[in-house]
Design a protein around this ligand. Structure first.
Ligand code: NAP
Length: 482
């Protein structure tokens, strides 16, 4: 048996695992053991990066033997069955007190199941959301670990050493027990979908209503990145728009097929939110917009459907551009408010003590939605940890108060022009819904009671009521009807 030399191991040497292993190896005090099912890949990674000083294991047993106790291994393999297979192999060779970390993109309910099963063996299982793609894994991701407090005592310092740093603080925190980390990572990805869709809608309006060229829109995004919208996504949008196609010389965006793909975390977010009864309409519209874009047969069948013959007139181009910026900012606030709402409801449902301000703090660097604006979210939850609605916090209320007029003008121009802006419009509809004194839900309750005797509550007295709709319409308590 070889002598234990490594303080951390990584299983899975595809792009994410090898980059994470290199990141770990580059930090003072770490010695990293690596393992891959196809062992030649692990050797190739070690040969390509001699500076990392990797210990390459050819079997799961020698991998375990190379790790100092308590053993800590991060799994970075394909999500689903492959992750289960690797967990089972590690459980065979690990001992109570050791720690298995799944850093892949697992569905949080799988993580809850795996944590419960592995806990039976006395081994710790930690599902950790790791955001930032390949570049983040190599240079510093935002890390969202779940699992027990006890495992975080060992894991916390290791993860802090490789995480991205924002304003001097590592972008990692113990999010909560079992699946909390992967849940929060899922919501992060959902918000990312909404943010990207909103930026795409802003681009579409600047291009097709304001009539700006692609280069001019790139300049607008560069300018916006200096203000309250400053973020990685706004920054890369300007770069994507500036890119020229080598073959045609056209802006690359004009030769890319307009069919947006996805890997499923947006769908998971919306499915989960539907189950929790949380209106994440901005995220849902973003997922649906990608689906619409990726249906060539339906789009071909719809090309002859009528729409406005011309786009809405713009009197003052500069004023319209500023309106779009404000509409984007207000809609983005709604997307985050809805995302944090999902975190609040998920925490209630699964018994997690998630610190919302901490979540915003660890999203400030290393991940795709990194933005200045997240500091304001941390401040809002610091001022009121029990805040029920982010958009109603003073800073955000003030922001939407300033943006509201522009938001409505932009939604109107988009509708008049026949330009789809589902995320802008649905964010505004959500905003008007949540702030309304009285909603037509009263009529829906009447309809439900009419056809299904589903009962209703009254505004003027306690109790549950049912009306004999086709009879004399007297109100009787539900208890009386059963
Ligand atoms: P990947 O393509 O998702 O997976 C490839 C790795 O999984 C290889 O090491 C492969 O080993 C291993 N694997 C597949 N089936 C296996 C099995 N049955 N038993 C053991 N190992 C198996 O790799 P990736 O893109 O680096 O992503 C790793 C994880 O990080 C995934 O969960 C992914 O969702 C997540 N993630 C990826 C990104 C990204 O930007 N790519 C970002 C965040 C999170 P072999 O070499 O032997 O086939």
């Amino acid at each position: 048996m070889s002598e234990a030399q490594a303080n951390i191991g990584v299983v899975g040497m595809a792009v994410m695992g090898s980059n994470l292993a290199r990141n770990l190896a580059s930090r003072e005090g770490n010695t990293v053991a690596i393992f891959n099912r196809s062992t030649e890949k692990a050797h190739a990674v070690a040969e390509a990066h001699p500076e990392a000083g990797f210990i390459v294991a050819d079997t799961m047993q020698s991998f375990a033997d190379s790790l100092a106790k308590p053993r800590t291994a991060i799994i970075m393999v394909k999500a689903g069955g492959p992750t289960d297979a690797v967990i089972n192999q590690l459980v065979e060779v690990f001992e109570p007190g050791d720690i298995i970390v799944d850093g892949g993109n697992a569905l949080f309910t799988d993580t809850i199941r795996r944590e419960a099963a592995v806990r039976e063996t006395g081994i710790h299982f930690v599902g950790a959301g790791i955001s930032g793609g390949e570049e983040g894994a190599l240079n510093g991701p935002s890390i969202m670990p779940g699992g027990t407090e006890e495992s975080y005592k060992t894991l916390g310092p290791i993860l802090s050493s490789i995480a991205a740093v924002a304003e001097g603080e590592p972008c990692v925190t113990h999010v909560g027990t079992d699946g909390a980390g992967h849940f929060v990572k899922m919501i992060h990805n959902g918000i990312e979908y909404a943010d990207m869709q909103l930026i795409a809608e802003a681009y579409d309006l600047l291009r097709n209503v304001a009539g700006l060229s692609v280069e001019e829109i790139a300049d607008v995004f560069t300018e916006w990145n200096k203000g309250e919208l400053e973020s990685y996504l706004i920054e890369i949008t300007a770069e994507v728009l500036r890119q020229k196609d080598a073959d045609t010389g056209k802006p690359l965006v004009d030769v890319i097929l307009d069919a947006a793909g996805s890997k499923g975390t947006g769908v998971w977010t919306v499915q989960t939110a539907l189950g929790l009864g949380v209106p994440v309409s901005g995220i849902a519209e973003a997922v649906f917009a990608r689906a619409v874009s990726s249906k060539p047969a339906q789009r071909a069948a719809a090309t002859d459907l009528p729409g406005p013959s011309s786009v809405a007139a713009i009197e003052d181009k500069a004023a319209f551009i500023e309106d779009v910026r404000q509409a984007l900012y207000a809609s983005k606030i709604i997307a985050y408010s809805q995302g944090f709402d999902a975190i609040i409801e998920g925490a209630k449902e699964y018994n997690w003590d998630i610190k919302k301000g901490e979540v915003a703090r660890i999203w400030r660097a290393g991940c795709i939605i990194r933005a200045q604006f997240l500091n304001r979210i941390t401040e809002a939850y610091a001022a009121d940890p029990d805040l029920v609605l982010l958009v109603a916090a003073p800073y955000f209320k003030d922001a939407v108060t300033k943006a509201e007029g522009a938001w409505r003008r932009v939604a109107i121009k988009a509708i008049e022009s026949g330009i789809p802006s589902p995320a802008f419009s649905s964010s505004l509809a959500y905003y008007d819904g949540v702030r309304a004194d009285r909603l037509p839900a009263a009529l829906v309750q009447g309809q439900r009671d009419f056809f299904g005797a589903h009962t209703y509550k009254r505004i003027d007295k306690e109790g549950t009521f049912h009306t004999q709709w086709s009879g004399d319409r007297t109100e009787i308590t539900a208890e009386d009807t059963h």
